[in-house]
Ligand binder design. Structure first.
Ligand SMILES: Cc1cc2nc3c(=O)[nH]c(=O)nc-3n(C[C@H](O)[C@H](O)[C@H](O)COP(=O)(O)O)c2cc1C
Length: 392
């Protein structure tokens, strides 16, 4: 499949369907299904058939990379009781069929490892998207204490997190390394460290949440230390042949001089590159509690300029994500040299075959040859039938 696309790209096909090698991984196109929590675990962090079908269908849908949702490195690092976890061999075993299915169907399985920090102990979004009430919410799901860079709550009505000691920081960093090794055992080919959206690592980066006066706070270097040390340690454990991505919030608050700024992200990207990270995944926001899904109306592709600036200033490969809806938008971002990879999130909920539909629309796959054979043979006939009926 990838070889056929490569031939067409050489003949002037869209960049969106050109291959890219990152570390030793060969991505057949530039489309990454963005990590998205589905809160579908049964309270134990173990993957179920839901995760197999949910993520597996994106592999059938033609994306180069399918990234599993924020997966907690410790039980206390979950956002909700429904989150995936990767803190034991049993968690790796449960994820193994997911990674194997994705690989068997032509995509690269990726997983995002995370600690939710002061945004842990939340309810599932459809149950309010706020912190779990001190008296609990569902039976058997009590609130648990949260941790962060400093004892600064997310906002009004949120619990005050415990400020991590240096030995507690080291312990969480060891959990990131252990989770990376479990991800390897589970068969994942790409790893992403979550350092965005107000979760633990981001709470160290942002001056809005980090009030420490030790080596993990203060100026930019101190605030970057937790993320950089974690990346360094994970990189040492995760094979050099396999890509390591880091998701950051390029800015704390879009269009504001408050908090973490784009030039801080440029500096961070340079340091990440020096530590062997392969791609900066350029998201934004989340420090003040709003999930990225809930931010107000934004122009389509509003984060492309972040990926552009970071890519040009740091020389790092970038991924852009956020309201990439139309294939033409994705192609435009690549043609402009703004990003190397395109993250597709909610549009993949709407259309799990987003990548294959984009390939057809942009002319990279006129005959549905890239579709799973079980479907493609019919799509050719469907098109002919619709033409005959005058409905195409
Ligand atoms: C339901 C939902 C869950 C999400 N979970 C995660 C997550 O686990 N990790 C993460 O980094 N971003 C997460 N995000 C953010 C998405 O990965 C993506 O960056 C964001 O939705 C913007 O892209 P989009 O406009 O294509 O959806 C989530 C978004 C949604 C809608």
């Amino acid at each position: 499949m990838a070889d056929r696309l490569a031939e067409r790209t050489a003949a002037g096909a869209p960049l969106l369907f050109s291959p890219l090698t990152v570390a030793d991984a060969k991505l057949k196109n530039r489309i990454v299904i963005s990590p998205m929590c589905t809160y579908a675990c049964n309270g134990d962090g173990l993957a179920t058939d839901w995760h197999l079908v949910h993520l597996g269908k994106f592999a059938l849908g033609g994306a180069a990379v399918v990234c599993a949702e924020a997966t907690a490195v410790e039980a206390e690092g979950r956002i909700t009781y429904g989150d995936l976890g990767l803190w034991s061999a049993a968690h790796a075993a449960a994820l193994k069929p997911v990674a194997a299915f994705i690989k068997a169907h032509g995509a690269l399985p990726a997983i995002q490892i995370a600690h939710a920090g002061r945004k842990a102990s939340m309810q599932r979004p459809w149950e309010s998207n706020g912190p779990i009430h001190p008296d609990g919410h569902r039976p058997g799901e009590p609130q648990w204490p949260t941790v962060a860079a400093s004892s600064v709550p997310v906002g009004d009505g949120w619990p005050v997190p415990h400020e991590l000691s240096v030995s507690e920081i080291r312990s969480i960093q060891r959990s990131f390394v252990a989770a990376a090794l479990h991800a390897l055992d589970a068969g994942f080919e790409i790893l992403e460290i979550h350092s965005a959206h107000g979760y633990l690592a981001h709470s160290f980066l942002s001056p809005l949440s980090n009030r420490r006066d030790d080596g993990y706070g203060g100026g930019l270097a101190g605030r970057m230390r937790f993320t950089l040390e974690t990346v360094e340690q994970v990189r040492a454990a995760w094979p050099a042949s396999k890509p390591l991505l880091v998701r950051i919030s390029s800015v704390d608050v879009d269009g504001s001089a408050e908090g973490w700024q784009l030039e801080d992200s440029v500096a961070l990207a340079g340091e990440l590159k020096a530590r062997g990270a392969n791609v900066v995944d350029c998201s934004s926001g989340g420090i003040a509690g709003l999930a990225t899904a809930d931010i107000g109306p934004r122009p389509l592709g509003f984060r492309i300029p972040y990926a552009d600036r970071i890519r040009r200033a740091s020389g790092m490969l970038t991924m852009t994500v956020g309201l990439i809806v139309h294939p033409e938008q994705a192609e435009g971002a690549l043609q402009a040299g703004s990003a190397d990879l395109i993250g597709v999130g909610r549009e993949a909920f709407y259309d799990p075959f987003w990548a294959l539909h984009a390939a057809h629309r942009l002319g990279a796959d006129p005959t549905f040859a890239e579709w799973p054979e079980s479907y493609g043979w019919w799509l050719v006939r469907r098109e002919a039938l619709l033409k005959q009926a005058g409905a195409a």
